[in-house]
Design a protein around this ligand. Sequence first.
Ligand SMILES: [Zn+2]
Ligand SMILES: [Zn+2]
Length: 359
Amino acid sequence: MSEKRCYYEVLGVERNAGNADIRKAYKKLALKYHPDRNAGSAEAEAQFKEVTEAVGVLSDDDKRSRYDQFGHAGLAGAGQNDGDIFSHVQDLFADFFGGAAGGGRSQRGPQRGRDVRVRQTLTLEDAVLGCKKELQLQTPVECVACKGSACEPGTQPQKCKTCEGAGQVSTGRGFILFTQTCPTCEGQGRVIATPCKRCEGAGWEEKARSVTVTFPAGIDEGHRLRVAGQGLAGKAGGPAGHLYVDVALAPHTRFERQGLDLIARKQVNFAEAALGATLPFKLLDGTVRDLDLRAGTQPGDVISLAGSGAPDVNGPGRGSLHVVVQVEVPKRLSKRAKQLLKELQEDLAASDGNETSAS
Ligand SMILES: [Zn+2]
Ligand SMILES: [Zn+2]
């Protein structure tokens, strides 16, 4: 079993299957092998992990294309994190399996709902200035048609004919009797003869819900925000889980961020650099500040504006804005500009000569 099976084979889908078909296939298999429905079966758990890993790759466009090109090797070391995929899927199933519909373990009393994790990409403006966003989340809920039974309304699960409802079958070999989990019903003792059409026999479906999340000013790439009580609902009066939002930053055209500091570039012309100038500079929040260039500013010189960086989410501090000066050399010149530059050239050459002879 050390050889990894083909992910398409694991899910039983064609290589050109669309995302919807992949999720559909996964739903069915995950339901069949879910640990809560196969208490203690190491085999079912291994199969559940296998289908979960497969869907984690095939439902992600980037990972799927790498897998299509290079097979399992294409994913090695590429940030493929089994634990991560697994926890995500656990969240997806938590609501359905965590409670009464689970069938396997029946825990009584209040239970806290599971936590949910999502990733949100923010613009630099939103991250530095703070913002409110409505996040759309998919939450698994009991299928309204079959109420979670997975049977088409009006039908019942049937007693498994292979094991007569025992969930196990025994085979005799000589004097020794082997007992194993029934292969037909996977130990359930019942089979669903007519799966619910609405949820395709899954017993649950996804429901969209929106949560408004406040991102505090200064939040940065890699930060995780906790939104209390916005995870999945608790059971039997237990509190809801939490929603965790992992923050990512989109690249910005004018600014780079380094911790609390912002870095930007400013194009100035040769005359401004040589003579010095006060130039307007638009900050991230749209306000304009004066940038003071001293006479003789060199390309690559940095002008720092303290307090114009990002605020510290954890305290009163604030970073700086560092503006790197870039000196433009004009590509086209008017007649007059050409004439003036020629005069300047002569002047520079003369003073150059003076310096050389003086030293
Ligand atoms: Zn249903
Ligand atoms: Zn059976």
